[in-house]
Design a protein around this ligand. Structure first.
Ligand code: SAM
Length: 302
């Protein structure tokens, strides 16, 4: 190993030294499990196909283990870190790299479009991050719903969440999260990550998930609010039929039931099916049919 590699942040000895020097008490509540394995970091960079032209958004740089790899391989890194205590640490650890900007903010509380366009203008960028597990889903949805031009996300997340997001129809874990994410992006797990590559060791297993932009969905959702309401309603009780879940969510009144029957018929979906058997395209078609039959005000008030 070269002298430089020995100095890398992502090693047990360097991480321990930094933690000791700054007297850091790592917060479980902020999902602070730091990567200490260079091999995993190389695999992440390779999976994200980061090169000297890539702009990268990182969430939660911590003490800078992944940020260092991103700084070395990409054009520019913009990172949001919620924990103020990490700022002096990052100033020191990332001092050799001039293409990194750290912002001390909660990623969930910022206007992403506004903040990110300051750095990347309207260029596309990639998200590469070891996400804090307590807010994985809100962060992913926040990024997706921002409508920013995200080319790809390569993110470390809890194994179960990765499996739910990338699940296909018919799978036990296919549900509203799989559909909400896969409507916008293709999802697949790239590799599993053992607990031993972090300090402190987390209680859960991890995976690296890749999300890439679809070229163009076959059928577009006419109203996203109506779509998200439908998928949430459809999976409310997994053991019940689609029909039972829909009536429960939209209402038992005969007038409403008639509209639901119409929407299901025009979408060619058998009401006796369970939500977990419907493809994303079927949900999109059904949502558009419901949206066309119910008034806009009624749907947006749900
Ligand atoms: N990137 C580092 C690594 O791989 O070693 C640290 C990853 S650690 C799993 C998650 C990091 O996200 C922590 O540094 C934590 O303080 C930060 N974090 C937690 N919630 C956040 C939020 N809402 N916005 C920005 N950063 C957050």
């Amino acid at each position: 190993m070269s002298e430089q590699n020995l100095q890398e942040i992502a090693s047990l000895s360097r991480t321990r030294k930094i933690i000791k020097k700054y007297n850091l008490k790592l917060k479980k509540s902020l999902g602070q499990n730091f990567l200490i394995n260079a091999n995993i970091l190389q695999k992440i960079i390779k999976a994200a196909k980061v090169d000297q032209t890539t702009n990268v958004l990182e969430i939660g740089p911590g003490i800078g283990a992944l940020t260092e790899y991103l700084a070395r391989t990409s054009h520019q890194v913009l990172a949001f870190e919620i924990d103020q205590r990490m700022l002096p640490v990052l100033t020191e650890t990332l001092n050799p790299y001039k293409n990194v900007t750290i912002i001390n903010q909660d990623i969930l509380k910022i206007d992403l479009k506004q903040e990110i366009s300051k750095f990347f203008a309207d260029h596309s960028f990639k998200v590469v991050a070891n996400l804090p597990y307590y807010v994985t889903t809100p962060i992913i949805m926040h990024l997706i719903k921002s409508k920013l031009d995200i080319e790809q996300m390569v993110i470390m997340i809890q194994k179960e969440v990765g499996e739910r997001i990338s699940a296909k129809p018919g799978s036990k874990v296919y549900g509203s999260l799989s559909i909400a994410v896969q409507y916008f992006m293709k999802a697949h797990i790239i590799f599993a990550v053992p607990k031993t590559v972090f300090i402190p060791k987390p209680n859960v297993d991890s995976v690296i998930l890749s999300l890439t932009k679809h070229r163009a969905p076959a059928v577009l959702v006419k109203n996203e609010k109506a779509f998200f309401y439908l998928i949430k309603a459809s999976f409310a009780k997994r053991r019940k039929t689609l029909w039972n879940n829909l009536v429960y969510a939209y209402g038992k009144e005969q007038k409403i039931q008639n509209k639901l029957i119409n929407a299901l018929e025009s979408s060619k979906i058998d009401p006796k099916r369970r939500a977990e058997t419907l493809t994303i395209q079927e949900f999109v078609t059904l949502s558009n049919a419901i949206f066309a039959l119910f008034s806009f005000m009624w749907i947006t008030n749900l």
